[in-house]
Ligand binder design. Sequence first.
Ligand SMILES: C[S@@+](CC[C@H](N)C(=O)[O-])C[C@H]1O[C@@H](n2cnc3c(N)ncnc32)[C@H](O)[C@@H]1O
Length: 214
Amino acid sequence: MAETALPRSLDEFADRHALDAETRGLFAQYDERLLETAAHTNVISRNTLPDRWARHYEDSAQLFPLIREDATTLLDIGSGAGFPGLVLGILCRDRPLKITLADSVGKKARFLAETAHALGLSNITVSSDRVESFHVKRMSFDVITARAVTALDGLLALASPLLAPGGMLIFPKGARADEELTAAATGWRFNHEKRASHTDPDASILILTEPERR
Ligand SMILES: C[S@@+](CC[C@H](N)C(=O)[O-])C[C@H]1O[C@@H](n2cnc3c(N)ncnc32)[C@H](O)[C@@H]1O
């Protein structure tokens, strides 16, 4: 993606990603529901909403090119109001990719389920269970994302038992990514790549494969 100014509106976001009319319409519906719900329910930090097209939609959409086209299952841990999982659900809806959005806070899971249903996103399933319960069910996913959920070592404990062989973990991280990598490496072995985030010069995106407890 060329480094152009970050989007401040749906139109700028749609232009940046060359969205067709249908996809633009889905983002419009999502955003309408987000604003309407956030006005009375705590599904997202309200003070981030004025900047949401860069801070939430674009920050999520930048993960789309990282998802392998042959992936068939994706889990977003702690989706909140759908970042990044619901954004990826819209962008990947024509792929054979089943997306699970997990958030253990009932009102967030309800917002996600109602929005996915209203947008006709049959590729999305929503769970209000804690993802720890997925471990017992031996669920597994080709790609696991999580944004702003917990530090890397905690994410590895949550996600690695759920990762299919050959799968990838994609974790957007803030300015402490290197510290988190160092801390996580005391308990875990993993391959990693650190990509620059294009929404925030201090942030990065960690891509991890083959995580294993030491
Ligand atoms: C700070 S919010 C981030 C939401 C969203 N990913 C974002 O970046 O806007 C963290 C979310 O993770 C959820 N969460 C934390 N631990 C979880 C777990 N073990 N299982 C499911 N959801 C969890 C919380 O309920 C919360 O909604």
